[in-house]
Design a protein around this ligand. Structure first.
Ligand code: CU
Length: 612
């Protein structure tokens, strides 16, 4: 658990002195109050990591996922006059000391939000006592974002449906117990990956809060924090809003679709996210409208709700009694040997005989996946790959057999289950071999079955009008002139004294390593000279274009699914890549980090700022 005193200490030390020993001190301090079920050794050897016994066996296919995942309903935040969302922090009524929402007056008619101006949601981070990962394991404590289901029940880690042109204010209450047991820390910073979000709502790792504690980059603790998501396209300054020609504002080629939110608390992202703080945020627009029967000729009419189905995969480890364990002190973390799908181990999803859009998310903390769809004889089935990292590709990739996902990467696929008779059983398998948190080793069939599909008849009277057009979303690629004119920045991802560094430095949220002019663009070289580790590098706030990839110094082809816009750049061993990225619309502090959350927490992260 962090203390204010420790945070102040870290605040005041220059970057050069935040060395490994001091960092180890913080991590150890952070763990003194952690009790079972966390593993408590302060520095474990590799041998000890390997000695961790495997998770107890589970009987597959005992639990079913819901056939439909309803979106979170809105909360009325406007009836209590003291708690109406507003530009500045509402510290009088216990909001934490966040910075003022940027550009508020461009989205709201007055100092407070009015009815109809934004979609309003409320989530509460809570300790849930009775989560069941699998019927063979005991019900256990998890930490979830809890909303309210449309039927009035608690709705853990809800799926939020948003729309370009309609801002969202998400009010997050932190109701985690201050004195807690197990891994994680009860301060939170919610990051919505990778919406074009103003800095103060980005879930910057130093912006964590609880009722009594505040991170080094916000001004005070509080019970809640409002996050403002303008839901405009990137390029808002360059492509101004116009009621007739550009009603959303920004460059519609920059639209995102499959996003997810998770905790991003400094030093504890892996622990908090794997303890259960992660959910989906899906955003739609005129093109990707979320309605397969949309009469608008511009609409793509991809398979839509309830046949637009998000699936989050997490790797988890359980002790001999079936309770989840995680070592937040070991810089190599805890490698998960059980894969949960939307929080369940080896679940079944009953699907109708029709097309589905499956949104696959690697929600970490550190395992990579290569998913294949197979039948009962392990024969590969084909599907259409339509989006990577939440960005629709310019054109669908047809007849694909696999989706490879680094941590935080997303892959949207369309599977046509109408090709199979009723009763057909199919499996999503992971064929990527990996046995520690350093990275994947190779591909091996038949792989591990993580999800079973059972094909059922289409409900009576229903017709599948969905389609996958030959063109999806146009892309604005950087021009040769822009690339030639772009300043170049080099970032080296390396291991140092058992921790992880970027350009030889551990994270310091108080100091930016790059100061970037608003509206500018740059070429970044991301370099992983190590032969031993893979780093799925995530850059907040803006998507980039991969220009070139190198392995052992030799240029290699950029795979087709990486030729769209990206926010996770997976660097394999001895790999380097060159990317082009713009910095637009909302100045402030952001980060780049390895999204192997274990590397991120042990301290492979760098702050960069957009500043005038
Ligand atoms: Cu890494």
């Amino acid at each position: 658990m962090k203390s204010n005193e420790n945070d102040l200490t870290r605040n005041n030390i220059p970057d050069s002195q935040i060395d490994e020993s001091r960092r180890a001190f913080f991590k150890a301090t952070g763990a003194t109050l952690v009790a079972a079920p966390a593993i408590l050794t302060s520095r474990k050897s590799e041998a000890q990591v390997i000695d961790l016994p495997p998770s107890p066996p589970t009987t597959p296919w005992l639990v079913e996922l819901p056939k439909a995942i309803e979106p979170l309903q809105q909360t009325d935040l406007l009836t209590d006059p003291y708690r109406i969302p507003q530009g500045p922090a509402n510290t009088t009524y216990d909001e934490c000391g966040r910075n003022q929402h940027q550009r508020w007056a461009e989205f709201f008619s007055g100092p407070q939000a009015q009815y109809g101006e934004a979609d309003l949601y409320e989530l509460r981070v809570q300790a849930i006592e009775d989560h069941e990962f699998h019927p063979n394991y005991p019900k256990q404590l998890v930490w979830n974002y809890v909303g309210e289901h449309i039927n009035g029940d608690p709705y853990p880690n809800p799926v939020i449906h948003a729309r370009y042109g309609k801002p969202v204010i998400l009010r997050l209450y932190n109701e985690l117990p201050e004195e807690h047991t197990g891994f994680g820390t009860p301060e939170v910073s919610l990051h919505l990956h990778n919406l074009h979000t103003p800095s103060e709502s980005d879930g910057f790792p130093g912006d964590y809060f609880s009722e009594t504690k505040a991170g080094p980059t916000i001004s005070g603790p509080g019970k809640f924090k409002d996050q403002f998501y303008p839901n405009v396209y990137a390029g808002y300054d360059d492509f101004p809003k116009d009621p007739a020609t550009n009603p959303v504002g920004g460059d519609k080629r920059e639209a995102l679709g499959t996003l997810w939110y998770h905790d991003h608390c400094l030093d504890f992202t892996a622990a908090n996210a794997t303890r259960g703080m992660a959910g989906f945020y899906l955003i739609y627009d005129e093109l990707d409208s979320g309605n397969e029967n949309d009469p608008n000729p511009a609409a793509l009419r991809l398979p839509s709700h309830p046949y637009d189905y998000p699936l989050a995969f997490q790797d988890k480890r359980f002790d001999a009694t079936g309770i989840q364990v995680f070592d937040q002190l070991d810089p190599e973390g805890t490698f998960g040997d059980k894969i949960t799908v939307n929080g369940k181990i080896e679940p079944v999803l009953r699907v109708a005989r029709r097309k589905y859009r499956l949104r696959l998310l690697n929600a970490g903390p550190s395992r990579f996946y290569q998913f294949h769809l197979v039948n009962g004889a392990n024969t590969q089935q084909t599907f259409t790959y339509i989006a990577n990292d939440g960005n629709l590709l310019p054109a669908p990739l047809l007849n694909r057999t696999n989706v490879r996902l680094g941590v935080a990467e997303r892959g949207d696929i369309v599977v046509d289950f109408s090709r199979y008779p009723v009763g057909t059983q199919l499996y999503l398998v992971n064929r990527l071999v990996q046995d520690d948190t350093r990275g994947p080793k190779g591909v091996q069939a038949p792989g591990t079955r993580v999800l079973k599909f059972i094909v059922e008849a289409l409900p009576a009277g229903e017709v599948d009008n969905s389609r996958v057009p030959t063109r999806l979303r146009p892309i604005r690629r950087p021009t040769a002139a822009e690339i030639a004119a772009a300043p170049v920045r080099n970032w080296v991802f390396a291991r140092k004294n058992g921790l992880w560094t970027i350009n030889d430095r551990l994270v310091n949220v108080n100091s930016a390593a790059a100061h970037i002019a608003p509206g500018s663009f740059e070429v970044w070289n991301l370099d992983n000279p190590s032969g031993g580790w893979s780093h799925p590098v995530h850059i907040h706030f803006e998507e980039g274009h991969i220009l070139k990839r190198f392995r052992n110094g030799v240029e290699v082809a950029v795979p087709a699914h990486e030729k769209g816009r990206k926010d996770v750049y997976t660097l394999g061993p001895s790999e380097r890549m060159q990317i082009f990225i713009r910095f637009r619309d909302f100045p402030g502090k952001y980060v780049m980090h390895c999204h192997n959350m274990i590397h991120e927490d042990h301290a492979m992260m760098v702050r960069w700022d957009i500043v005038d």
